[in-house]
Design a protein around this ligand. Structure first.
Ligand code: ADP
Ligand code: ZN
Length: 440
């Protein structure tokens, strides 16, 4: 039987949810207008007053806010409460540039913990569980966010942080961890290490994993589920809205339910800003309707996905988002073709390779080059040059069929690609280095 953390909210009829969102939105817009000069100026420029926002139907009237605005306002420009009311800050991983800092009141932390508690419960977690938190702790939201949710549920929580993989595995065995939480790339690494140590998934008590903070494919999910003997659930979030737990997967494992009593999602056309209907791919935009300290309205995440409000077998009515296929700025344009790293990952795993790879893009004689180094599993290695070349050609062909462009594939020896303990960096786009202005 499906368990819920907040049954009333998670299964609320849509009309009631809309009323709740509208009530919270109206209050939030006023809070932001009164307390955040940066956003008040944006609203004034657009000619929108708080009174113009009467329900969620008016959301589209508000101006967007983007990462560039947050960098502009660094550090206090978007803070909406006195600093003395804040109890914590976190900061983005800086994956795509200068870090952004976000502030939290105690109520903000409680709301966030509740969102994560819903995710843990949806993955089958109860106070009988032992949760191993192998996301990084510190300014990054992963460790602290999952830790807070795990406490809320009453799980025995192991705040391991990431890294020190041998110790992770030892604690996992000795303390009987039942739920592992970390990035999917680190989960794959732990799975690989367990196999090398000769430990079978049956020797572990693990039953589920809650993985997020970076894009991962369905193929990667299968690799992790098999190597660890678990069900692997996706979790999504970002520092700007709180951290992990903005959206989470349920037993259906098909898209993530958004905690829309706190975060109203919209999908927009990234070029025109126009709101798109459910079912269309576009950029995800969030409005935080309950946050006190750092309440962003219409924040453009740059993550690309699709929203759906169909019935879910788990009984939740919360709107669902598909796995983000990557950020608009992860997308590479190679010889005029749009390429996401996740498309390449899908082919690699389907062709029997492990998810250890590096994508290098460059421009030679005005033409883009795509080189993919892929690690072999020991059994894929052959000392016959021709065998290796045949394998490389076969893989290149499979990738060409998917992308429409011809890559150069290099099979590299087992263990030669550095494993990730946090967010994996898999793309090196050397064209950006050529384009960057020379440093003086
Ligand atoms: P940064 O933007 O510097 O990486 P964050 O640590 O706040 O900072 O990361 C948030 C971003 O991580 C999201 O905007 C999204 O791109 C990515 N992300 C988080 N969870 C997932 C997930 N489950 N699937 C895909 N991408 C995710
Ligand atoms: Zn569901």
């Amino acid at each position: 039987m499906e368990k819920y953390w907040d049954k009333d909210i998670e299964t609320m009829p849509r009309e009631d949810m809309k009323a709740l969102q509208s009530e919270r939105l109206v209050k939030q817009v006023k809070h932001v207008y009164d307390n955040v000069k940066y956003y008040r100026d944006l609203m004034d420029k657009k000619g929108v007053k708080p009174e113009d926002i009467k329900s969620v139907d008016d959301l589209h009237k508000l101006p967007f806010i983007s990462k560039a605005d947050l960098r502009d306002g660094y550090p206090y420009g978007l803070l909406a409460v006195p600093l003395k009311d804040c109890v914590r800050i976190h900061s983005t991983s800086g994956t795509t540039g200068k870090r952004v800092v976000a502030f939290y009141t105690q109520n903000d932390i409680d709301m966030w913990d509740n969102c994560v508690a819903r995710a843990i419960t949806a993955a089958g977690g109860t106070n009988e569980d032992v949760v191993q938190v192998a996301y990084g702790f510190g300014l990054f939201t992963g460790g602290a966010g999952i830790n807070g949710g795990s406490h809320k549920v009453g799980c025995l929580t192991l705040p391991m942080s990431s890294g020190n993989t041998d110790r992770q595995i030892q604690f996992m065995q000795d303390l009987g961890a039942t739920i592992l939480c970390c990035t999917p790339s680190y989960a794959a690494y732990i799975g690989e290490t367990i196999a090398e140590m000769g430990i079978s998934p049956d020797d572990l008590k693990l039953k589920a994993g809650i993985f997020g903070a970076e894009p991962w494919t369905e193929e990667m999910r299968q690799t992790i589920e098999t190597s660890l003997g678990i069900k692997a659930y996706d979790i999504y979030g970002l520092t700007e809205t709180s951290g992990p737990g903005v959206a989470f997967e349920c037993s259906e494992q098909k898209g993530m339910h958004i905690n829309e009593d706190n975060f109203i999602p919209e999908i927009i056309d990234p070029d025109t800003g126009e709101v798109l209907p459910d079912g269309e791919v576009g950029e995800l935009v969030f409005t935080s309707i309950t946050k006190e300290a750092f309440p962003l309205l219409r924040y453009r995440t740059r993550d690309l996905c699709v929203l759906s409000r169909g019935k879910c077998s788990c009984g939740r009515t919360l709107v669902k988002m598909t796995k983000p296929m990557g950020r608009s700025d992860d997308m590479m344009i190679i010889r005029g073709v749009n390429v996401f790293p996740s498309q390449i990952e899908t082919v690699l795993i389907a062709e029997g390779y492990a998810p250890n790879y590096i994508i290098e893009v460059d421009r030679v004689n005005n033409s883009d080059t795509l080189d993919i180094s892929v690690e072999m599993k020991p059994e894929q290695f052959s000392d016959k040059v021709k065998d290796m070349q045949d394998q490389e050609r076969a893989l290149a062909l499979a990738i060409k069929t998917m992308l429409g462009i011809n890559p150069k594939v290099h099979l590299v020896s087992p263990k030669s690609i550095t494993r990730s303990e946090g967010k994996a960096v898999r793309v090196i786009d050397k064209r950006k280095l050529h384009d960057a202005p020379a440093k003086k």
